[in-house]
Design a binder for this molecule. Structure first.
Ligand code: ZN
Length: 290
């Protein structure tokens, strides 16, 4: 598994892939006019000629100033799940991470953009029948309202719910180990890395802002699942808890990108991962890559 590295200012960005699922753009939009108008940047990066692309499940590792931040620790191994793709995974994720140059004990911060099953799984691993923290030296950064929502709601999740068991396996053990910082507002991790609210997909969704040497990137979690949702923010695929907030958030991300020449790097978007927007009069232009 090749490591992917990009740089945002002084920050070195690596990627650890867990799995990928083939998808087709028709599950997002059938608007051929929209797709034709944006072919100039969507193809061949985010769509192939058949309209196929991969939904990727991966973690981002941000290293800057001697600190290591891991964003969105995927699904994790050994968990029963109603969706076969995610059921009882046995993926060499830790080995891939080590091949990228990082051991679990090197991680200073783990940021879960939210507490869906595919964003907090590797928080823990099963050892001798117990779920124990994977990143034993890290502070786990979870938004207070996201934690409270799941802490209250998890007991009533049905067996078919995608997030059944997530609290017990992936959240409670790191909480009990005293490794969690429950955050609100804008929360600074390092001089260059801040965690910021990005509500909508979940009520307590957050994103990571890297600001270094006049370059910016936002690791946007599940604010969007395919870059086409930046040009039509109403495309509902995996919108989440509050679609009006999702739409407003996607619009805000496009404006942030244009204002700061910032990269938008989502949790499930395939290579070259980053999208940038720029203003051309009253319309936005887009490009793929850093
Ligand atoms: Zn997700």
């Amino acid at each position: 598994m090749a490591m992917t590295v990009m740089r945002i200012g002084q920050a070195r960005i690596s990627q650890v892939e867990e799995l990928r699922i083939r998808n087709h753009i028709a599950s997002f939009t059938k608007d051929q006019q929209l797709l034709a108008a944006h072919r100039y940047w969507l193809y061949p990066h985010f769509l192939d000629d058949q309209g196929d692309f991969d939904l990727v499940f991966h973690s981002w590792i941000i290293e800057i100033g001697g600190r290591v931040v891991l964003v969105d620790p995927c699904n994790g191994n050994g968990r029963p799940h109603v969706v076969p793709y995610f059921n009882m995974l046995d993926v060499p994720y830790i080995e891939r991470m080590q091949a990228s140059g990082y051991r679990p004990q090197d991680v200073d911060f783990v940021v879960c953009t939210h507490l869906h099953h595919d964003h907090c799984g590797w928080n823990t691993q099963l050892r001798a029948g117990k779920w124990v923290p994977t990143f034993s030296k890290a502070r786990y950064i979870i938004r207070l309202q996201e934690y409270e929502h799941l802490a209250v709601g998890h007991a009533s999740l049905g067996p078919a719910d995608y997030n059944k068991g997530v609290f017990e396996r992936s959240v409670e053990p790191v909480m009990k180990a005293g490794l969690v910082d429950l955050v609100s507002g804008s929360h600074r991790l390092t001089p260059a890395v801040t965690v910021e609210p990005a509500y909508g997909h979940t009520f307590g969704h957050q994103m990571v802002h890297v600001d270094s040497a006049e370059r910016h990137a936002f690791f946007t979690g599940d604010c969007f699942h395919h870059p086409v949702q930046l040009v039509d923010p109403t495309i509902p695929f995996a919108g989440g808890d509050d679609m009006q907030q999702v739409i407003a958030m996607r619009r805000k991300l496009v404006e942030l990108s244009a204002d700061l020449n910032a990269c938008l790097i989502a949790a499930h978007v395939q290579a070259p991962y980053a999208v940038r927007a720029s203003r051309a009069g009253s319309v936005f232009h887009f490009q793929a890559g850093v």
